[in-house]
Design a binder for this molecule. Sequence first.
Ligand code: ADP
Ligand code: MG
Length: 456
Amino acid sequence: MKLDVDALRYLSKDDFRVLTAVEMGMRNHEIVPSELVDRIASLKHGGTYKVLKNLLKHKLVHHDSSKYDGFRLTYLGYDFLAIKTLVNRGVFTAVGRQIGVGKESDIFEVANEDGSILVMKLHRLGRTSFRAVKSKRDYLRHRRSYNWLYLSRLAALKEFAFMKALEEHGFPVPNAVDCNRHCVVMSLIHGYPLVQVRELQSPEAVFERILGLLVRLAEHGLIHCDFNEFNIMIDEEEKVTMIDFPQMVSVSHRNAQMYFDRDVDCIYKFFSKRFNLSLEEQIDNPDNSEEDSEGSSRPCLSSISKSVGFLDKELAASGFTRKEQDDMDKFVEEGKDNDICSDEEENSAGMDETIVRDVDSLHLLDQQVHLIKGDEEKNEENRQSCEGQLSEPCGEDESEENGNDAELVKRLNKQRRRAIAAVHRGGKTLASRNSYKDKGGRSSHNSKIQKQLSSW
Ligand code: ADP
Ligand code: MG
């Protein structure tokens, strides 16, 4: 997906206020009724509809009037909220070129004030294979809708927590810098994904190092679950760095054995094909732990002494709730069956494009860095940063909105009158024919929202 951050420079405080209002409304609405957006945003001089029109023009929100008139955030809108927050926090000041397109993410270089380059990973769950299996997923079947933004946020949160924990335990991973919404900021790895590497000085040593990582992870109670040539970076000195952690599971997972063996298989197959290591006997044969001709034996999960509990502890420390963890696990687990390591031939067509793009991306930021923030804005914004996060949506359930709020009714009536007047004037209003029946709101809920919104 193209990420054009130019518009970010021209968006006003009100634009962000309304965008955040849509995000907040999505906590319990798939499509947020226009009236609710207006109520949450509570712009001093009205004008929510005008702002929504502007957001629509920039493709930051999507308009839907199939059931009632409403809006939802687009991925771009969500990107902007995350980027704005991270810029406000001083994590980076400019967004550069895209350096990677993962299965379910877009990766960009970003620069901070002193010119150093970091990596921003925007999670996009549901973009590819997951979308196809959505209808088959048990836990989604019970919902009328599912919020991909919520899942992407969980993926980012989990990835950030793991990256941090793994780094603290001495694993070769990028340095986890910050995280907001579906976005993780980390250090740039100066290297290539292993899939792009045609030659190694000592493939055996690299192979051993990589397998050693799998074993060490298991000793820490973890299985990567997507441990393959796309998620292992290698630099000029043949130093290995692991990336991509949202799908990791504990060794106590009921399918742990299968995931572990699959990770091992991916590495065996890749090294056997690409670097002609003679590992054939041990491929697809987890029971064969005899030494191969390279002198190594295939790691076996049951013979690794593990410290179970690491995963739960680290995730809990990061604020990742049990429920979020379960949601994420269910989602990832079903997706995992579709995500297998490559048999090179099968993948070649699809990967070429990515490889070309990735190789191109290895140059550092060029002159096209987009400065996304004016100095005059910065001081004020730095003082306040919005932490708005999507929580789990609850489909069509609007029970939270029940109650009698005279103030709201008054405002809604006023709004309707304005909308009718606009229609009479022949102007096209964003309020639709199928007006949403808002049932009021709780004032405590409102004041919490107001507090959060005032930070934009
Ligand atoms: P996905 O979860 O979508 O597979 P990844 O985290 O694997 O995303 O990243 C996709 C690609 O982006 C990687 O193959 C790599 O080329 C690039 N990439 C990701 N993280 C970094 C990083 N920290 N430094 C350099 N390149 C990176
Ligand atoms: Mg990956």
